[in-house]
Design a protein around this ligand. Structure first.
Ligand code: 5AD
Ligand code: SF4
Length: 466
């Protein structure tokens, strides 16, 4: 009899192996982690909640935030102890670093953290099973950070774990904008769009499996473009046409997309926001700053005024739309006056939600070596003021829903017994006392109140919309 070592990293079907994935950062990474879990399932890996006795640990990293790499190294320190304990008991643990930190740091990771067996960038996840097998064979490090985007889209599309009634579908990857603060163009590569046929096939598959909502994902999702499907003689499609096409798929009731760039916000998409009922009235459109001097230094390719005008056009098309944004305070050279212009822009736009950050220097980006870096306490003060304003706007947007009847996609059970939690069209979490049998349905609910991060609601009689 040939006995296989219980620690074999390529276990086959007979012996479940424990897989721990930690996801840092953006929704793109959440999506990629789901896919990695899906790819590894046929190899016998089941997800577990802790790295302690995992057979394979994957840190799916993000490079956008401050000190992202340091956080990964500190997590690796903790994992090293688990690995040593496991090895002390005759077991084995493979450790992989994936995502944008992997892409940016490459081989340096294995030098600094020798417990890491594999390092691979976002473009090579589809080759994960092969890498696992190779790592097991070689018992050494593997570096897979080459780009091969088209291949990746195809290989990952059909393999996924589906949870709930809403899913992300990647339609675009990468970025050619080169904002001077950002690492994405270096870590995720150039802008690439997935084909209409591949996207349609994936969304159809999700509809067949009972999903009601899809969120189309991309670093620059509204830069998506593609040839129309065969038989359609029209010109090149933009995101607006793609959305209208996907809206024809039965079962899919809601479509969202994120993240958009002001430079790619074309008329076709704005028209779709006004006309396509399945396209939800929520737009995440980062502006980053309100001073033209700073926007120029950031290489954003738009002005504060052009952004505000764009929002006006969008609101003309869809008056109730919830606008969300990203902001950076304390970019090099930002004076008090520049910051006041950001505050004025926020006052003018009125955001329903937002993410805001202190500028952090990302090595290798132009911003990192710019003169006039802003002192930390100044950044902290500005961030506090900005966040206070954004929070006030969010609360007032939420309060304005009280008394309205909104269709809510009921996604999961709530913390309290008999409670369900769902999303409004504006992406607000909504909870109400309703039976589990309504999970997965879109129900009209009357909004009765607001909490800090959600709305409360009650059933609205005779108003079941799907
Ligand atoms: N410093 C601070 N915030 C950043 N972001 C990206 N890079 C940096 C940086 N170097 C923010 C931007 C972006 C969001 C995803 O993260 O606001 O839109
Ligand atoms: Fe980064 Fe700018 Fe590209 Fe967004 S548009 S991913 S902020 S470079």
């Amino acid at each position: 009899m040939v006995s296989r070592k219980p620690t074999d990293a390529h276990p086959g079907h007979d012996q479940p192996k424990k897989l721990f994935i930690k996801t840092y950062g953006c929704q793109m990474n959440v999506y990629d982690s789901e896919r990695m879990a899906g790819l590894l399932k046929p190899l016998g890996y089941q997800e577990t909640e802790t790295s302690e006795d995992a057979d394979l640990v994957i840190l799916n990293t993000c490079h956008i935030r401050e000190k992202a790499a340091e956080k990964v190294y500190s997590d690796l320190g903790r994992i090293r102890k688990h690995k040593e304990t496991k090895e002390g008991q005759g077991g084995e643990m493979k450790v992989a670093v994936a995502g944008c930190v992997a892409q940016a740091e490459g081989a340096e990771i294995t030098t600094r953290a020798p417990i890491v067996d594999m390092v691979f960038g976002p473009q090579t996840y589809h080759r994960l099973p092969e890498m696992i097998a190779r790592a097991a064979r070689a018992r050494g490090e593997i570096l897979e950070t080459d780009f091969a985007v088209e291949e990746k889209f195809d290989a990952l599309a059909t393999i996924r774990e589906i949870k709930g009634y809403s899913a992300f579908v990647t339609i675009q990857e990468g970025c050619d904008k080169f904002c001077t603060f950002c690492v994405v163009p270096y870590t995720r590569g150039e802008e690439v769009s997935r084909s209409v046929d591949a996207i349609t096939a994936e969304v159809r598959m999700l509809a067949v499996r009972g999903l009601r909502e899809v969120t189309l994902l991309g670093q620059n999702v509204n830069a998506w473009h593609g040839a129309p499907p065969k038989g359609d003689s029209g010109e090149e499609w933009g995101l607006g046409e793609l959305v209208r096409h996907l809206a024809k798929i039965d079962g899919i009731e809601r479509i969202r997309f994120t993240t958009s760039h002001p430079r790619d916000m074309d008329k076709g998409l704005i028209a779709a926001l006004g006309e396509e009922p399945k396209l939800m009235p929520y737009l995440h459109l980062p502006v980053q700053a309100g001073s033209d001097k700073i926007l120029k230094a950031m290489n954003r390719g738009h002005t504060a005024e052009s952004y505000v005008r764009q929002i006006e056009d969008i609101r003309k098309a869809r008056p109730d739309i919830a606008i969300s944004g990203d902001f950076i305070v304390g970019f090099p050279g930002e004076s008090d006056e520049d910051f006041e212009e950001t505050m004025q822009l926020v006052e003018a736009v009125e955001y329903a939600s937002a993410f805001s950050f202190k500028y952090s220097r990302r090595p290798g980006t132009p911003g990192a070596s710019m003169a006039k870096q802003v002192a930390e306490p100044v950044k902290a003060q500005r961030l506090e003021r900005l966040q206070e304003l954004l929070e006030r706007q969010k609360q007032s947007f939420n309060k304005a829903q009280i008394g309205k009847v909104l269709p809510v996609l009921l996604e999961k059970t709530g913390r309290n017994d008999g409670q369900l939690v769902g999303r409004s069209p504006y992406l607000q979490a909504v909870h109400a006392n309703l039976p589990d049998t309504l999970l997965g349905q879109i129900i009209d609910l009357e909004i009765t109140g607001t909490l800090s991060n959600s709305l409360s609601a009650k059933p609205h009689e005779n108003r079941i919309s799907a």
